[in-house]
Design a protein around this ligand. Structure first.
Ligand code: COA
Length: 175
């Protein structure tokens, strides 16, 4: 996937994006919202970056063209657990995870990027639905999903990296 929106280019993450990734990958609040293990220093951030580069085939950078910087990322996955819900049987779906660097929030970048990817998946890839989730305590993400037309479909309990768990909201948007 390669997409250009009004301000962003969405393309595969590249090695040269690591310094930008580092600016937000170690941010405690971002990791808490994503439910991911938090790298505590540059070496650990490098480990997480390399893991994503190897294991996530569709790990995309949101590049703000005006600044030539990666201001966030978006991951497209194929086999979300949500596909096991009986009402989705026989349908083809994709799942999205994303984040925007703290200094670039509230400027419409997530809405612009996610909206474009959803359109692309529906129009060019012919998928039937796109799914994305957030934790119940993630009000910014709840509002973003609502604004983009995603609707709650399930409320799974999700294990956290520290051993605890939290309630998530899985949402879906159909083509
Ligand atoms: C959630 C997140 C991706 C939003 O990114 P963003 O670029 O700031 O979002 P946008 O500027 O595109 O906002 C779009 C809409 O989302 C909602 N929103 C975003 N941030 C919000 C906030 N802090 N408070 C309330 N609503 C918010 C609003 O409805 C907003 O529309 P509006 O500006 O017209 O009111 C960002 O806060 C983030 O990366 N958080 C940490 C990781 C995460 O939670 N990822 C999502 C789970 S996969």
């Amino acid at each position: 996937m390669y997409l250009e929106t009004a301000r962003l280019t969405l393309r595969h993450m590249e090695e040269g994006d690591f310094p930008d990734y580092l600016t937000y990958a170690t941010d405690e609040e971002t990791c808490r919202m994503l439910g991911t293990w938090r790298p505590k220093n540059e070496a650990e951030a490098r480990e997480s970056f390399e893991w994503l580069m190897v294991h996530e085939k569709r790990f995309y950078a949101m590049v703000l063209r005006e600044e030539g910087r990666c201001v966030g990322h978006l991951i497209v996955q194929n086999f979300p657990d949500i596909g096991k819900l009986p009402e989705l049987a026989g349908l083809e779906g994709r799942s999205l995870t994303f984040c925007v660097a703290p200094d670039y929030r509230r400027r419409g970048f997530a809405a612009e990027a996610v909206g474009a990817v959803v359109d692309y998946l529906f129009e060019k890839r012919g998928v039937d639905y796109v799914n994305s989730g957030y934790f119940t305590f993630n009000e910014p993400s709840r509002r973003l999903h609502e604004k983009l037309g995603f609707r709650p479909i399930s409320h799974p309990t999700v294990p956290l990296p520290d051993g605890g768990e939290a309630v998530g909201v899985e949402t879906i948007r159909f083509r």
